[in-house]
Design a protein around this ligand. Structure first.
Ligand code: AN0
Ligand code: CP
Length: 317
């Protein structure tokens, strides 16, 4: 594998999950692979899980790791060509990226949608500049449109916890006070669409995702109806995708907050969220703390998904 930016980069999902479960049994078995190799992790946005789990995965493989927060200590980067750089940005991405490539063997990049331009976000402008100019394999640590390390961990978690071969998985929108990217729901849908699960997306009208990600999913605007018989409830907020509201909050209806009465409609569903989560906006305290909540094992699997990805890249260097 060269780059990891979407579900297609990982190939057959059954094989990927099998490899993940093998890695999980003995995560130190491949410590030789990363000897004298360096992973550079670049953050344009905050992170707890991605930062720690990806670094841990790299260390399990014997790699050295370096982490750079672009907004804390590094030069602010211009990303547009042709700009007269007389503002507050002393360096251009087009020099910074190949320089970064000089110091490492693999680059991880976190760069959220900026909501200034749908075209820029959905063409993955920043991530692609890393792919085009770093000369190194690039791993998405959540880019503008997808969060594949998260979705892979979500898939591993469902495979470990499912109680029937073809579970009903319901991804539900829930309210949030700030505009959040569509990357997590897009990506989750992209991965679920590659499985044979019964996959349903529910959200208020106006929150329709890009059809390329919705794929074969059933879209149900009535949340209660969608939750009937669910085996997994995957909650997430996202800002509107459709024009003219791209990046905007158009609904704050707290009846969508996942609570006990929502879970009561399901087939004793297990609850998932990628974290960080705002309690009592997205999900109530009792549901996230309850016996059917998978949020901690889901986060733990981030180390495993990252390790499979880095292992495969190292094997192909
Ligand atoms: C981000 C998002 O929704 O994309 C990261 C989630 C992994 N969440 C926030 O910014 C709160
Ligand atoms: N789930 C996730 O990616 O969390 P962080 O934003 O803390 O990395």
């Amino acid at each position: 594998m060269r780059n990891f930016t979407n579900v297609h980069d990982i190939g057959d999902l059954k094989a990927a999950v099998a490899e993940a479960l093998e890695v999980k049994k003995d995560r130190y078995a491949y410590g030789h692979l990363g000897h004298n190799k360096t992973m550079l992790m670049i953050f344009f946005n905050s992170s707890l899980r991605t930062r720690l789990s990806t670094q841990k995965a790299a260390m399990n493989l014997g790699m050295n790791t370096m982490v750079l927060d672009i907004n804390q200590g590094a030069w602010k980067l211009e990303t547009e060509r042709g700009v007269v750089m007389d503002g507050d940005k002393p360096e251009h991405l087009l020099e910074a990226v190949p320089v970064m490539g000089c110091y490492c063997d693999i680059i991880g990049v976190r760069s959220f949608a900026q909501f200034a331009s749908k075209e820029d976000d959905y063409s993955e402008k920043i991530l692609n500049q890393f792919i085009d100019y770093s000369g190194r394999p690039v791993v998405s640590m959540e880019a503008a449109t997808r969060h594949p390390l998260q979705s892979f961990a979500d898939l591993i978690t469902i495979e470990e916890h499912k109680e029937k071969p073809r579970p009903k998985v319901v991804m539900t929108w829930a309210p949030h006070p700030r505009s959040l990217p569509q990357a997590v729901p897009n990506s989750f849908a992209e991965w679920m669409n590659e499985t044979d699960y019964d996959f349903v997306i529910t959200h208020p009208e106006g929150y329709e995702l890009d059809p390329q990600f919705v794929g074969r999913a059933k879209v149900e605007y009535d949340q209660k109806k969608a939750l009937e018989g669910a085996d997994f409830v995957y909650a997430k907020n996202w800002a509107a995708y459709q024009d003219p509201n791209y990046g905007k909050i158009i609904n704050t209806d707290r009846s969508w907050t996942v609570g006990k009465e929502h879970m009561a409609l399901t087939n004793n569903a297990q609850f998932m969220h990628c974290l960080p989560v705002r309690r009592n906006m997205i999900v109530t305290d009792d549901v996230i703390e309850g016996p059917r909540s998978l949020v901690i094992p889901e986060a733990a699997n981030r180390e495993i998904s990252a390790q499979v990805v880095l292992k495969r890249i190292l094997e192909s260097l």
